[in-house]
Ligand binder design. Structure first.
Ligand code: NAD
Length: 499
């Protein structure tokens, strides 16, 4: 059985805790590897080494650090196919989708090549006589990232890229469900020229996460995952005096106005609702057609599209729309929520409950589901399902549709489909959600903008990637410098005003 340990000081190191987790192939249900779960002692030793390595890395000029990122991008492109296949085999998503996962991470690394520019401080010449004032952005020291299973390439890169480009050392604690790609990324970083010890990958579960949160040498923590864990990490990390940003769960609404192009809306919903088996924090899980005529027309267009979806293993190549979900427990949770929807009175118009795939009976496949007549009090509306289940909530008016998105506890992404610019503008201005799509179903901002939700979808300040990441992973220092000719003129005891 393949055993995955940790990446410490530039080497693969076996775990010493004696604890392991199984890594499945979700398409077959087989255990394909076991991953070590680090103890507090292992995490603390790796952090100590990272802190030592950071001193030189932090003092390396930003252009040289950017060159490591440049080379890393080249290596990612070189190994794209290999990385994508490893990713698919542990996560279950299709190979083209796995390449998208890697690509969206790679683009953040490309943005990080601009580190020399992004790290330039501000300068005021002659803020007073002979006085200059300037600020610099200095690394925070050792930062850590705790990442989810659903984007095992993209999110580790969103975290490590900016942190390293800013001159920090970085401890990555990836998801224990699909740990291989993060380890491969660490190998590529080394090949790209990153000094040993600056990036440590520590596999683990709650024990290593708690060790991160309690380790005084770690100054900043970035987390992505479910909301209950996000809240926990935010409170424990900040209580320990760390800078913490946590991105949590989602329930993304798509509003379909009566004037929308119904074919465009139906295609968008199918891709955004069922792509990656719905295991995306930016998946659309709630369709909100405005008016019964819109709802009827939409449902009529959705049903044949959903029934045609091809569900299968990643090895089937481009012939599959989505693959299995990540674990048997995830599958059971999705099916339990589907049953609750039926029991609570929603109408299941596409029923995927009996889905089976010949030859893959033990895989974690879930057939596509579509609910109509879902109401606000139902569990399938209130909870994040994270599976191929789309709920339709019929709204009578635009205002009712808007208030559905506004009143939901999550606020990651939302979309509106309409031909009316005024409605779209009003929606974008008023809705209390972080990322908005106008006739775009999954509005994931590109690397040079920032990514982050509102309400229970994010805790802490600043967003992921883009300029915000360079703020999160640096501390500002402001210097007031005076070089007058007559500096020895005597002490001044009043609070100085700039002349
Ligand atoms: P998860 O919360 O179960 O795990 C995330 C990380 O936290 C993992 O590294 C895991 O090992 C660790 N963890 C799990 N339980 C813990 C505990 N009790 N104490 C300490 N650490 C713990 O999330 P997941 O299932 O891997 O990912 C899916 C979730 O992530 C969904 O809710 C999804 O919406 C969310 N997500 C959010 C974003 C975003 O940017 N907002 C992006 C991707 C995924």
């Amino acid at each position: 059985m393949k055993e995955i340990g940790h990446w410490i000081n530039g080497k693969h190191v076996p775990g010493t805790s004696g604890r392991f987790a199984d890594v499945f192939n979700p398409a077959t249900g087989e255990v394909q590897a076991r991953v070590a779960l680090a103890s507090k002692a292992e995490l603390d030793a790796a952090t100590e080494a990272a802190a030592a390595a950071q001193v030189k890395w932090g003092a390396t000029n930003p252009q040289r650090r950017a060159r490591v990122m440049m080379e890393f991008v080249r290596l990612l492109n070189r190994d794209m196919q290999k990385l994508a296949e490893a990713l698919s085999s542990e996560h279950g998503k299709t190979v083209p989708d796995a390449k998208g996962d890697i690509q969206r991470g790679l683009e953040v690394i490309e943005f990080c090549i601009g580190a020399p520019h992004l790290l330039k401080g501000e300068f005021t010449d002659s803020a007073g006589p002979g006085i200059d004032m300037y600020s610099m952005r200095q690394p925070i020291g050792v930062a850590a990232g705790i990442t989810p299973f659903n984007f095992p390439a993209m999110i580790p890169m969103w975290k490590m890229g900016p942190a390293l480009a800013c001159g920090n050392a970085f401890i990555l604690k990836p998801s224990e469900r699909d740990p291989s790609v993060p380890m491969m990324l660490a190998e590529l970083m080394q090949e790209a020229g990153l000094p040993d010890g600056v990036l440590q990958v520590i596999n683990g579960d709650k024990e290593s996460v708690d060790a991160i949160l309690d380790n005084p040498q770690i100054s900043g923590v970035g987390f992505v995952g479910s909301t209950p864990i996000a809240e926990y990490i935010y409170s424990r990390g900040t209580a320990n005096g760390k800078r913490v940003q946590c991105f949590g769960g989602a329930k993304n609404h798509m509003i379909i106005m009566p004037d929308a192009d119904m074919d465009l809306a139906a295609d968008a919903l199918v891709g955004a609702g069922y792509g990656a088996a719905g295991e995306r924090c930016m998946a659309i899980s709630v369709a909100v057609p405005v008016g019964d005529a819109t709802a009827d027309a939409l449902i009529e267009k959705l049903i044949p599209r959903i029934e045609k979806l091809k569900v299968g293993p990643y090895t089937a190549g481009n012939d599959v729309d989505y693959g299995p979900v990540v674990t048997a427990a995830a599958k059971a949770n999705i099916l339990r929520l589907v049953e609750s929807g039926v029991a609570q009175g929603a109408k299941l118009v596409v029923d995927g409950r009996n889905f089976a795939l010949q030859g893959y009976e033990d895989g974690f496949f879930v057939g596509p589901h579509l609910f109509d007549h879902v109401t606000k009090d139902m569990d399938i509306y209130r909870k994040e399902i994270f599976g191929p289940v789309l709920s339709t909530v019929r709204a009578k008016t635009y205002e009712e549709a808007l208030s559905l998105a506004m009143d939901h506890e999550y606020g990651n992404g939302t979309a509106i489909f309409t031909r009316d610019g005024d409605t779209a503008r009003d929606f974008a201005n008023r809705v209390n959600v972080g990322m908005i799509g106008i006739n775009v179903p999954i509005p994931v901002p590109l690397a040079y903008h920032t990514f982050g939700g509102w309400k229970k979808s994010a805790f802490g300040d600043l967003n992921q990637h883009g300029p915000d990441a360079f703020r999160f992973y640096t501390r500002t220092k402001t210097i007031t410098s005076r070089w007058p000719s007559g500096i020895k003129e005597g002490a001044a005891f009043n609070f100085k005003q700039m002349d």
